[in-house]
Design a protein around this ligand. Sequence first.
Ligand SMILES: Cc1cc2nc3c(=O)[nH]c(=O)nc-3n(C[C@H](O)[C@H](O)[C@H](O)COP(=O)(O)OP(=O)(O)OC[C@H]3O[C@@H](n4cnc5c(N)ncnc54)[C@H](O)[C@@H]3O)c2cc1C
Length: 401
Amino acid sequence: MERYDVLVVGSGPGGSSAARKCRDGGLKTLLIDKQKLPRRKACSGIIANNSQNYIYENFGPIPESVYGKPYLSRGMAFYFPSVGTIFTDVNCYQPYVWRNTFDHFLAKASGADLEDETLFVGLKEKGDEIEVTLERKKTQVQVAARYVIGADGANSHVIRSFAPEVYEGLTWASAIQKYYEGKIDADNRYLYWFLVPGMGPFPWLNLKDDQIIIGCAYLVGQKSNKFEALIEFLKKNFGLSIKSELATEGCMANTMTPMNRFFPGRGRVLMVGDAMGLMHQGGEGLSCALASGGHAGAAVIEGIKQGADAFALYKKSIRPEMVTSLDQFNPLRMKATVASDTRGQPGLFHAHSFGDELKALRDALAFVRSEFNIKGMTGSILKNSARRLLLGGYHIPAVDK
Ligand SMILES: Cc1cc2nc3c(=O)[nH]c(=O)nc-3n(C[C@H](O)[C@H](O)[C@H](O)COP(=O)(O)OP(=O)(O)OC[C@H]3O[C@@H](n4cnc5c(N)ncnc54)[C@H](O)[C@@H]3O)c2cc1C
């Protein structure tokens, strides 16, 4: 049987960051992905400050070839039905990348043995080792690893195979993103978020390399005609005209972050990135995927080289990332902990009258009532925020019990 120190499942930024750390620590590391690489990933591809810093420090310069145009994202554009579009600028450079070539750069630069079209099927914990079943080109094989790092995204098969209880009772959403050739009256430096009822919690738009990118998410079980409603809305309000459809991407998302239901793993299996439930406001998830991969790799190195309890070390080092993710869903803290510099940002309504501000607030409330009707989520956010305010910190069951 093939034997590795570490098997990393998933070659997104979380997995590649974990693999890089393990390789730098001299560990025999296998990084697998079920898809043929480079693979697409539903994402706006905006690289926040913290992600850039992590990559420069651990992987080196980001190659020119992965950037899209416009080269730089300026920030967000919020659309309120009664007030129109309000632009907010970050105080930093946020490049746009294409996730297929960007992720492939990270995976190759990790230096680990990289295998695509290799599916993680399941694992068995056997004393000091983990026996993993993989499917390579339709053939099942067993490999052994001293640790497994699960970086297989929000709908994690690693979790489903060895800790299915983690997903019990969670609310799930489907995200769909389509690429078009055509015309639209929108500023290509901003990511638009339309606070309009009837189009799901995140109806968005951005432009990259002259492609119009339109996406929305809807809760599993909700009516799924939200995307069509968004297209009609854009035709009516932003002059969208479509010449041809170029590509479609989709993925699943869940509510682990706002529900404070992180899962850092168990025993010799450490989870990172989307798979462990880390996420920032507006769906920014690259910075925490990269950081958590680094922490998991460092803990595994200590486990193998010093005989330390890697999982205990990981729980300690990953806690601040969980705190930041909770801050990002805490209205009193989100600005202070955002992954890109927004310190110089004036208030959202600085150029608007008080009357406009009230109208926008009314729009936002109607939007939240219509689209964020997720069982237990508001209560969880309020409880976490109140605890942070009154007691100075969060209680995080995944690491504090
Ligand atoms: C629409 C949208 C827009 C976004 N925009 C941004 C943005 O602009 N900036 C930002 O910072 N974040 C953004 N995010 C979030 C970001 O995409 C994720 O947080 C990030 O990709 C998480 O990285 P990861 O490595 O944890 O997982 P992923 O990038 O999801 O990687 C998981 C990998 O695991 C592989 N895999 C899955 N199952 C298996 C299996 N059984 N066996 C082997 N391999 C498997 C997959 O093929 C995949 O390559 C966006 C998310 C969405 C949905």
